[in-house]
Design a protein around this ligand. Structure first.
Ligand code: VGL
Length: 186
């Protein structure tokens, strides 16, 4: 039995200054960085997901609806796709990238950068049964990652003070939905 921390999409484009900034992105990134410093030893594994778009079709739009279509963000190998500078990348065991050619909100769609393995088998291969989830955006990728983690059978805690939403209202609704699906909100 092991526990993992999943850091969802804490990338520059989702933080103030980026192309699809969430208001609390930098603040949340700072909190996660400090949490890594103080709590990394509580986890058997720390992983991060990254939105990593090459040509995601209608996920990008010049006239985005901010629901199913978005301004260009997290283009592969650009500065905007890099992790926010507050994140301590040295303590991250593996990065999982998703969304190369399509929208991909869940980290469980992500493939490891150092081997051809999806997030769920990577975690299960390390006997992980419990995951703590933090990151961006509460109402999109944190939501989808949390719901998939529950479907995969993990015990899931969402550390809510370290999550940043696109819309505060939708973020609160998403947390409610995650709770109803079985996630523990901390
Ligand atoms: C995300 C909107 C569009 C996210 C990704 O990481 O939550 N949000 N693409």
């Amino acid at each position: 039995m092991a526990r993992a921390l999943i850091i969802v999409d804490v990338q520059k484009d989702f933080c103030p200054g980026g192309s699809l900034a969430t208001e609390r992105g930098n603040e949340v990134a700072g909190k996660i960085g400090a949490f890594q410093q103080s709590h990394a030893r509580d986890y058997d594994a720390v992983v991060a997901t990254q939105d990593w778009h090459i040509d995601p079709g209608e996920h990008f739009s010049d006239t985005p609806d901010y629901k199913d279509s978005w301004p260009v963000h997290c283009a592969a190998n650009t500065e905007g796709a890099a992790m926010n500078e507050h994140i301590n990348t040295d303590t991250i065991d593996e990065f999982f990238r998703k969304g190369h050619y399509t929208a991909a909100y869940s980290g469980f769609e992500g493939t490891a950068t150092s081997e051809d393995l999806l997030l769920a088998p990577w975690l299960k291969g390390r006997d992980v049964t419990e995951v703590d989830i933090v990151g961006i955006a509460t109402d999109h990728c944190v939501r989808a990652t949390t719901l998939d983690a529950l479907k995969e059978g993990f015990t899931v805690r969402v550390l809510t003070s370290m999550c940043s939403a696109v819309s505060f209202e939708a973020g609160d609704r998403a947390l409610e939905e995650m709770h109803e699906a079985g996630a523990i909100l901390v």
